[in-house]
Design a binder for this molecule. Structure first.
Ligand SMILES: Cc1cc2nc3c(=O)[nH]c(=O)nc-3n(C[C@H](O)[C@H](O)[C@H](O)COP(=O)(O)OP(=O)(O)OC[C@H]3O[C@@H](n4cnc5c(N)ncnc54)[C@H](O)[C@@H]3O)c2cc1C
Length: 384
């Protein structure tokens, strides 16, 4: 059976997130975009609502929600501001491997306090020289007695300047490529952890993005997540769960652009009629609706597979690839519908266009998504 009807509990969750988005996020989105400042107070409010910890089981103080439920609330938050949503969402990205693979001690020691007291987490995979090919990472973890000694710099870390907890991927032996990678839970207070200044970005400027350096950081062995050689697999599994959430974030952003463009098209008069009366404009709006609905359904499918415990790498990549492209096209067309006004800071659509671009780059780029999909399609077929 396939059903698209949400339960009353899901509708309540969606409404609660929508209200938060409209009342708390939207009113300050333009200001944080302009200043590039981090909305710490909003993060605190989002934490109090449980939006940072939806997937954490209830026994550890989290929401105990599923992936699809989390997608429902994510679309609403992203409709208010994609950058603020991403800063909320990244804690889920960092915590999910602990939820899935952590020992009881790790769950009690890290998840519980995270839910009890306002905290932010970061996911530290990328480096300056290493983006799409994380198996080549240069950050090292050297085993020394009961510790790993962590050295290296992670780049582009969302919430890097504010996180209390970092989930860090490092190699114990670069020769082993992905098999040498481990993941370590590193509290920000450990000696030798330092973050850089906020990176001045084109879009999603409310989210905080920094480099994070680890210099001779002694991480107890009990902070190793899963076994040695398992880190890479765990990182990828987390991305299969979170790609549908980024996809649905793109849907929320695109939805806002479509709503604004529709409104503007109804009121802007050219040739004696609202521009919404011209078929070329109508069709641009129709294409927005087609893309948004398709992307939402693909994200829901990928999330629903994950909720059933089924492998969803291909479906998550399809959802993320399409949704990112839809967000880019919809926001570009929204600027088109606004005409010259769309190209100014007087209206919010130029911001949405800037916010959309990076969705085609992070959490696996547009090209890497197509690599995942074609690899699954072609199996072991090698290029000649
Ligand atoms: C705002 C922002 C926030 C981020 N947050 C985080 C975070 O919290 N944690 C984290 O770990 N990382 C984060 N990232 C990093 C992000 O995941 C990387 O930017 C992304 O993986 C791409 O890596 P790269 O930038 O090094 O590009 P590169 O890997 O250098 O790629 C450059 C271009 O080459 C293409 N390319 C590369 N390899 C191939 C291939 N095999 N086939 C075809 N095309 C290819 C890419 O698609 C891209 O177009 C963030 C990035 C940004 C911009």
């Amino acid at each position: 059976m396939i059903g698209f009807e949400l339960t009353s509990v899901q509708k309540d969750l969606q409404n609660r997130a929508s209200q938060f988005s409209k009342e708390v996020i939207s009113p300050v989105a333009a200001k944080h975009d302009h200043d590039g400042t981090f909305p710490l107070e909003i993060m605190k409010k989002a934490h109090a609502q449980g939006f940072l910890t939806p997937l954490v089981p209830k026994e550890f103080g989290g929401g105990g929600l599923g992936i699809l439920d989390t997608c429902l609330l994510s679309e609403e938050l992203a409709a208010g501001d994609m950058g603020i949503f991403v800063s909320i969402f990244v804690s889920t990205l960092a915590l999910y491997p602990i939820i899935k693979y952590g020992t009881e001690d790790q769950k009690t020691g890290f998840l519980k306090p995270f839910c009890q007291k306002f905290s932010l987490a970061s996911y530290c995979l990328s480096e300056y020289h290493v983006g799409s090919d994380p198996a080549s990472m240069e950050t090292t973890a050297r085993a020394e007695g009961d510790y790993y000694v962590l050295n290296g710099t992670k780049m582009w870390i969302t919430n890097g300047g504010y996180a209390d907890l970092y989930l860090v991927f490092a190699t114990t032996d670069p020769q082993k490529k992905h098999k040498g990678i481990i993941s370590l839970i590193v509290p920000a207070g450990f000696q030798g952890v330092r973050h850089g200044k906020p990176i001045d970005k084109m879009g999603q400027r409310a989210s905080n993005t920094t480099a994070v350096t680890f210099r001779d950081v002694r991480v107890p062995r009990e902070n190793l997540l899963a076994g040695e050689g398992e880190g890479f697999k765990k990182a990828m599994v987390a991305l299969d769960i979170t790609r549908p959430m980024i996809a649905i974030g793109a849907v929320g952003l695109a939805r806002t652009a479509m709503e604004l463009a529709t409104q503007y098209a109804r009121t802007r008069i050219q040739f004696g009629v609202p521009i919404a009366g011209h078929q070329a404009v109508q069709f641009m709006l129709a294409d927005m609706a087609i893309g948004i609905d398709a992307a939402r359904l693909l994200a829901w499918r990928a999330a629903s597979l994950a909720d059933q415990g089924l492998r969803n790498s291909r479906e998550a990549a399809i959802a993320k690839a399409l949704a990112a492209d839809v967000a880019m096209r919809v926001t570009t067309d929204a600027v088109q519908i606004y005409g010259g006004m769309g190209y100014t800071k007087w209206h919010p659509v130029e911001k949405l266009m800037r916010d959309a671009k990076v969705i085609q780059i992070y959490e696996g780029s547009a090209q890497i998504m197509r690599k995942v999909i074609s690899k699954d399609l072609l199996g072991g077929t090698k290029a000649p």
